[in-house]
Design a protein around this ligand. Structure first.
Ligand SMILES: Cc1cc2nc3c(=O)[nH]c(=O)nc-3n(C[C@H](O)[C@H](O)[C@H](O)COP(=O)(O)OP(=O)(O)OC[C@H]3O[C@@H](n4cnc5c(N)ncnc54)[C@H](O)[C@@H]3O)c2cc1C
Length: 445
């Protein structure tokens, strides 16, 4: 690991700043990075409750992808076809921008731009792959952005069981998330912004960030707390923290990798409803994750919620079912963390000019690169720079609030349950699940 995982100094006391940011995950760090590079005279202060990268940013699946957590069709309904296309193109460019900064700043985040292979492993999943390709074509994205894979080619890229076909996009890099987060922290400090760790933000309001260590007065105050946001006064229903959990195997043998493939380290998944995702790590492990852990009443977030033995066991079963050659390999790591899911499943970034309060978040499970676009956008908004990215459809978008409890608990957990039952039902019947389609519409996904 480059740098250290030791927490740095906390906020020394009350401060005056130009920009105060709550949360040092990728959202907060990218925002501070681009602002400090843009205007070295700005006084930028980031406050982090634990250590930078402690949240989802330091422990995700490492897909630095061009995925945005709302479909092109949905974005087009929100703000027109051109806006949807522009946002997708900006996401493509964002993958390379993350790679560019990592290289320029000397951050060894195990970057490998090998694309993504999505496997279709049942006739229903083959249909879903076709529907995704049709949508891409409808919006003018050709084979260079997303192409169909026949069974043989899909199998040669990712040697999984029961492969009938799939899709491939070149717009994804596999990364080591904690290396990127800690390396970015150093880059932010080098650029001149202050990042205080062990500094919990207690309240965020126009002109003020109140922390347990002192109050920062600033013209601009930015919320970058993602899945932890409901813990801030006034933001209880802004996002639902939904957990994603992961496992990693020991380094696998050369023989195992010959059978699995993933040469060039493309990230991989299949087209089931309850999302699974994986990568071949630089040190030869399979890191593999999925949803399915419960949402906790009142949007509660606790370290113990990262550990759900039944979900870890299900992930292991699924991984072995995908790649039987993994049977017998040790699973050496288990972890997880909260995602921020907005009520309409649409990430957003924005700045209220009248109050100076800004935000970025609601990425669901697609924040590794989207946070970079958010950081550049906030830097433009805060410095009053009119640019192409400040006109993208997610800028200034306001997601509705989640329902109060117990409705929120019922809706989110029912959604998670329906998605996993739908996969089972589809495998059994060979037909798309109507329950999943209904729940998808209800939850706005
Ligand atoms: C297991 C898992 C796998 C994932 N896989 C992928 C993937 O492969 N690709 C992808 O694109 N996305 C993935 N994601 C999602 C992605 O990691 C997130 O969308 C992204 O990291 C969000 O960054 P962030 O900075 O907005 O939030 P976080 O990284 O969660 O950062 C928020 C920070 O705010 C701090 N904080 C919270 N409250 C306070 C407070 N009151 N005071 C001070 N600090 C506070 C937290 O400690 C935390 O460090 C995954 C997420 C998880 C959990």
């Amino acid at each position: 690991m480059p740098g250290t995982l030791e927490a740095g100094d906390p906020l020394p006391g009350d401060l005056e700043a130009d920009v105060a940011i709550a949360g040092a995950g990728f959202s907060g760090l990218w925002t501070a990075y681009y602002l400090a590079r843009r205007d070295p005279g700005l006084r930028i202060v980031v406050c982090e409750r634990e250590i930078a990268g402690y949240g989802a940013s330091g422990r995700n699946g490492g897909w630095c992808s061009a995925l945005f957590p709302a479909s092109l069709a949905k974005l087009a309904r929100m703000s027109g076809r051109d806006g949807a296309i522009a946002l997708q193109r900006a996401m493509h460019a964002t993958v390379d921008e993350v790679g560019r900064v990592a290289a320029a700043e000397g951050i060894d985040c195990h970057w490998a731009k090998g694309g993504t292979v999505m496997l279709a492993r049942s006739p229903v999943q083959v249909e879903r792959a076709k529907a995704e390709l049709d949508e891409a074509r409808e919006f003018g994205f050709g084979d260079e952005d997303l192409r169909q894979l026949g069974a043989a080619e899909a199998q040669s890229l990712a040697g999984a069981s029961r492969v009938l076909g799939g899709t491939f996009t070149p717009h994804c890099a596999a990364i080591h998330p904690a290396r990127l987060a800690r390396g970015l922290l150093d880059a932010v400090r080098r650029a001149g912004a202050a990042v205080y760790e062990r500094t919990p933000v207690l309240e965020l309001s126009p002109g003020r960030l109140v922390t347990a260590r002192g109050t920062i007065r600033a013209r601009h105050v930015i919320r970058a707390t993602e899945g932890y946001t409901p813990g801030l006064p006034g933001y209880h229903r802004a996002v639902a923290p939904v957990y994603s959990l992961m496992i990693a195997t020991e380094p696998l043998s050369e023989a195992a990798w010959e059978s699995i493939g993933l040469a060039g380290r493309p990230t991989f998944g299949d087209l089931r409803h309850l999302i699974i995702y994986g990568q071949r790590t630089a040190d030869g492990r399979l890191a593999f994750g999925g949803r399915g852990a419960p949402y906790h009443f009142g949007s509660s977030v606790q370290p113990s919620f990262d550990q759900v033995p039944a979900v870890f066991a299900a992930l292991r079963r699924t991984l072995e079912e995908l790649f039987p050659v993994v049977r017998g390999a040790q699973v050496t790591h288990h972890w997880g963390g909260p995602l921020g899911v907005p009520r309409d499943w649409c990430a957003s970034v924005g700045l209220d000019r009248s109050t100076g309060v800004g935000w970025a978040g609601g990425y669901v499970g697609d924040g590794v690169s989207t946070t970079n676009l958010a950081g550049r956008t906030l830097a433009d908004l805060i410095t009053g720079t009119d640019s192409d990215i400040t006109r993208l459809p997610w800028v200034g978008h306001r997601s509705p609030e989640w329902e109060p409890e117990p409705l929120r608990w019922l809706a989110v957990n029912a959604g998670l349950r329906v998605m996993s039952v739908a996969d089972w039902e589809e495998a059994r019947s060979g037909r798309p699940s109507r329950a999943a389609a209904f729940m998808g519409r209800f939850l706005g996904g």
